[in-house]
Design a protein around this ligand. Sequence first.
Ligand SMILES: O=c1[nH]c(=O)c2ncn([C@@H]3O[C@H](CO)[C@@H](O)[C@H]3O)c2[nH]1
Length: 321
Amino acid sequence: MAKTKLIIDTDPGIDDAMAILMAFHSPEVEIIGLTTIFGNVPTSLATHNALHLLEVIGREDVPVAQGCTMSLKNVPKVRIADFVHGKDGLGNTNPSPPKRKALDLSAKEFLLKMINTFPGEVTVVALGPLTNIAMAIRADPMFAKNVKQIVVLGGAFFVNGNVNPASEANILGDPEAADIVFTSGADILVVGINITHQVVMTDDHLKQLGQSESAFAKYVYEISHFYFDYHHEAYDMKGVYLHDPTALAAAVDPLLFTFAEGVVRVQVDGISKGMTIFNNTGKRWGEVTEWCNKPSVKVAVTVDANQITDMLMERLLTDVK
Ligand SMILES: O=c1[nH]c(=O)c2ncn([C@@H]3O[C@H](CO)[C@@H](O)[C@H]3O)c2[nH]1
């Protein structure tokens, strides 16, 4: 079967690094580029880290396109998540400067170019705020039709957020962009923290990675201590949430999830800014609401969590020649 072409829009980030490594050991997909965005780190550092990760992986042929440095409303991210990922985004391991540079094309231009070159063939896995993708949608009305699928890591459906009780970090990073993407009519899978908080890499799994001879396993072991310390402290748990690898798994094998369909709108201001509100009641509302006459998305509602952790472990522990 033909491999799905993937573009990973990313803000690496320790769990982004795990997802990117996992993607390169996933025979189901072919990664045709990385685009970068602010979130876990500022955009310039995301680009630096994306180029560094491709060196670690040995795939310096894969292009990186730098994305927006601010949200659609020209607001820089209020709180870069260095307390989750370290100052350098990779657990304070201080990676050496990458040998390559990003493309001259912006992330938006790269996304448009790839989707127009391969209509119906490219899936975008969005691991950070959705600014680049919203920009592409706004620039070209055909983008939403021609992208094969957009897999979004973001939102908190029927649960609290992880930045505050209302909002999850990626959606809060650019709520206007998220609302544009969710209502664009593209084929969209949304994986929120109601799902990713079920998918855990334990302290024992980390130990196993540390004892392995696999280059990917050793690398993840090195960068992950900071991320584990954060989870020990913030959540009192003996492991970490696998946010980004879970979204990547949805692109590789959506059968590991079940989805409910409905319209998702995003709160763009007020105390619940960034909140994702999903209408799947099936009720015939008596009045016109902001959810009426909008395209639906598929929101993940259940997950085979152990299978995803196993998939990540297996793909990190295996050296692919
Ligand atoms: O700003 C943040 N605050 C968090 O507590 C937090 N926990 C995880 N994350 C990152 O945001 C995405 C999931 O919401 C993932 O990329 C996490 O690394 C966080 N970001």
